[in-house]
Design a protein around this ligand. Sequence first.
Ligand code: DAH
Length: 352
Amino acid sequence: MDPTAQRDSWLAQVAAAADEAALAAVETRLLAAEGELTQLLRLVTSLPKEQRPAFGKAANGVKQAVEAAIAAARTGFAARALQRELALPDFDPTEAAPAPRRGALHPITIVQNELVDLFTSLGFQWQDGPEVESEYFNFDALNIPADHPARESQDTFWCEPIDGGRRHLLRTHTSPVQVRTMQRFVKEHGPGPLKVIVPGRCFRSETVDKSHEHTFYQMEGLVVDRGVSTANLIHTMKTCLRVILERDVQVRLRPGFFPFVEPGFELDVNCPFCQGRGCSVCKRSGWIEILPCGMVHPNVLQQGGYDPEQFTGFAFGMGLQRVVMLRYGIDDIRQFMGGDLRFLRQFPEVPR
Ligand code: DAH
């Protein structure tokens, strides 16, 4: 009897097993205690002594071949199961890893950077100021006395008094840096021409909704010189809006009340969404209020150390979120501080 007679048939059965369960069935049929291969091996004892070694050797060879085929098939099933799990059908370990995302600048930063570039090209200098501000710079120096209703329109986060007397607060606007800058300039150089921008974070105790945030960004501008006029103000604002809204703009001035400017204006641009025809964004008016501004009040110039008989100036306070919302068509101010990565990932990745 030839112990290898069934070898190929058995190997074919192993190869035909489509999955782990089918393989286990073949294994039992061949190798269990009463399995076909086990029985073949047992035949050895019934043979004449001289035939046993050759038969045993051949039968064992068949057994090893079958066992090796089963082990290989089993490894194959396990590897394929792992691949399915990792969803890496054609995993190539030598391939270069995909470059990680670099992250994007926050849209407020993008627009702020553009504004800073623009204004520095026009000769303005960047100024910083403290976010924890004194009552004096935030209000008094800006011609807003203690009993002035304008204080109530800016719901203020007050700080616990630490030095027993003067009260501090989280600045409600970037305007306090106006008088800070004038005072420092006059101290260092005497009264003279001044052109600064002050981008920065401001805080108000607001109930947060679609268009209100307790933490927001402004960019203050201040120009002081001899003979500065409203025409200079309008020209500067038009240039700025044209660059930032990336189109030619029409503007209009309406009277606006702010204690630190006289006259004060609300500057409107023609609505970028409907080109002035009237839509829901501009509330059918064709105009969008974008930039409060005005001619610096004589009292404020005086607080800064300038003689209002000799110097005039203009100032503006741009709400950066508002500009960003117009520019990118964002309709909910809460997106800016919401930390939702899907929102942030829409902006261009930082270049390598
Ligand atoms: N500080 C004002 C605010 O936050 C905005 C403002 C209005 C700033 C008129 C100015 C200005 O510089 O001239 O409501």
